[in-house]
Design a protein around this ligand. Sequence first.
Ligand code: OAD
Length: 283
Amino acid sequence: MASDSQFSAPELAPLLRSALGRSGRWLFLTGAGISAESGIPTFRGPEGYWRVGSRNYHPQELATRQAFEAAPAIVWDWYLHRYRTCQQAEPNAAHRALVEAAQLLGQRFLLITQNVDGLHRRAGSPAERLYEIHGNIAYARCSAGCAGLTPLAELPALQAAGGGPGELREAPCCGQCGAWQRPHVLWFDEFYDEPLFRLESSQRAASDAALLVVIGTTGGTNLPLQIAEIAVRRGTPLIVINPEPNPFSDQVDRSGAGLFLRGRAGEWVPALLRELRAVLAQP
Ligand code: OAD
């Protein structure tokens, strides 16, 4: 087990101290990498959903409204498989450290996640300061848009499915209008919006942030990149936590404002919280 001292950076404390002295919220932006240590495959890593694919389909073809309209039961089958993987996973030290960050920072804390696995909620991150900008795999919604979100656990058609691929005979229907229920997840051929995915709220948060901490993401989708660009443009420092360089660590290099903590979320996010506790304890 690595010692705590192995994960400390002398530049971290002064960066956190100066961010505390500025107005604005601390944004934590997370991607699949924060859940990798919980056993959930990332999207573009060696074990990722996109690379594995199932025998007949490549996941990128499944995560679309077009695929759903053509074969709703097959798309639901794949989401049920992913849902069960997420349900079997547990939040890890990084998720728990962000729960503590919310307690220490109060209303200055905001968590924006691309992950649909629900692990931030299950770890205890406050829902009112959590934006799930790609949705949440544990919920369904009417494909005709007539109702709110329904937990998958409350959809008998999905509960009746055995659990193996091809077990689901037909997709669940909306109780109000009879249209298919669909996964509450943003698809490749769809767009961010405010009501379902907090688009404007995320952009607004980026425009007055005191600090942006980017954890475990390649920046493969545009809203996270927008958030970083808005923040960097106004001089907000970035802290980037990732085993690999990425567009966000490149922005740290270009702007000279921030820090790239190269390593796993389970190592560096708790280390960041140790530093924050120490800085807050100083007179
Ligand atoms: P990716 O799979 O694209 O990237 C995972 C990132 O996590 C990479 O940068 C890895 O280096 C990093 N990583 C891996 N293990 C890690 C660890 N233990 N600690 C920290 N980082 C680690 O996943 P995302 O960037 O989240 O969108 O993908 C973004 C979006 O692309 C997904 O939300 C999905 C996909 O299209 C939708 O479903 C709408």
